[in-house]
Design a protein around this ligand. Structure first.
Ligand code: CP
Length: 320
């Protein structure tokens, strides 16, 4: 049996659309609730009745491995039913609009919508026009809030704290929704955030987020507690952003021989999918500092917490 109840406090947010507008109390509540969810994951029987009778619609208009699967597993762990929608093979190919498609799925009775879309802002637009909670599972280059929450959870789990840590986010910041959500999330929780990469990937306006900018890898990861490597988002780039993969790997790839610039107990993170030999060397991705697969495991716990807090905790506090 686990601890009797999760926190009785109620999430103030009605939707999980971004980290930018999420308050620290909500972030802390989600992280604490995820701890209880992780305990459920360690049981022989990984199922509790908290969301029995609830239905989650997963609408992914863009491809996903980790986010989609973890929301599905999280829902099943809480005994919710799930329905999955993919744009390919749907009536969108016959000209149906996004909102009409969403409204038709909602007419079938789901209680919560998880949505990924290639257009920044799509989940805001949908949330304004429907009356069930929406979780943004990644919108364009804007935000990926559940990824940032699982990143916070993983770092807090490994380091025991977030405040004061030096977190270096390296790579294609410009096109990354994970970078935006992580910057907001780690800053809100008191960490020092650095952005590292070539100037074309970190326009000057990123200074407004309160992060330090480094164009030199060794300086950018110096004394880092955490390095978050990002994939180069080729699918969101124009033609001229990225001249040469080999040169990029030489200058900004995370390789064993430069880890000495960071702290000895460094955590290496990556939201995935990772490109070995482009932004990260295999030795590092699979090495002793890597918590990349812990992030994936924790994604289930954090997403279960989000589902529970949006749907379950208002009526049913007990997740025994
Ligand atoms: N980190 C992440 O969003 O991975 P997927 O695209 O596989 O969901």
């Amino acid at each position: 049996m686990m601890a009797k109840t999760v926190d009785k406090k109620i999430l103030q947010a009605k939707n999980i659309i971004d980290i930018e507008t999420m308050n620290v109390e909500d972030i802390s509540l989600i992280l604490d609730t995820a701890l209880s969810m992780k305990e459920i994951m360690s049981r022989d029987i990984k199922k509790v009745p908290a969301l029995r009778g609830k239905m989650i619609a997963n609408m992914f208009f863009e491809s996903s491995t980790r986010t989609r699967t973890s929301f599905e597993i999280a829902a099943k762990m809480l005994s919710a039913d799930t329905v999955s929608f993919t744009a390919s093979g749907s009536s969108m190919s016959k000209g149906e609009t996004l909102l009409d498609t969403v409204r038709n799925i909602i007419a079938m009775g789901p209680d919560l919508l998880v949505m990924r879309h290639a257009s920044s802002g799509a989940p805001y637009f949908v949330a304004k026009n429907i009356n069930i909670p929406v979780i943004n599972a990644g919108d364009g280059r804007h935000e990926h809030p559940s990824q940032a929450l699982l990143d916070l959870f993983t770092v807090r789990e490994k380091k025991g704290k977030l405040k004061g840590l030096k977190v270096s986010i390296v790579g294609d910041i410009l096109h990354s929704r994970v970078a935006r959500s992580d910057i907001y999330a780690f800053k809100k929780m008191g960490a020092n955030v650095r952005l590292v990469g070539p100037p074309a990937f970190i326009p000057d306006y990123f200074r407004q987020f309160g992060a330090e900018i480094f164009y030199d890898m060794e300086k950018g990861i110096k004394d880092a507690d955490v390095i978050i490597m990002l994939r180069i988002q080729i699918e969101r780039q124009g033609k001229n952003f990225f001249p040469d993969i080999r040169e990029y790997y030489e200058l900004y790839g995370l390789k064993e021989n430069i880890l000495c610039f960071a702290k000895d107990d460094l955590l290496v993170m990556h939201p995935g999918p990772l490109n070995r030999g482009v932004e990260i060397d295999s030795e590092v991705a699979d090495g002793k500092h890597s918590v990349i697969l812990d992030q994936v495991t924790n994604g289930v716990a954090v997403r279960a917490a989000l589902l529970y807090l949006l749907l379950g905790s208002r009526t049913d506090e007990n997740i025994d």
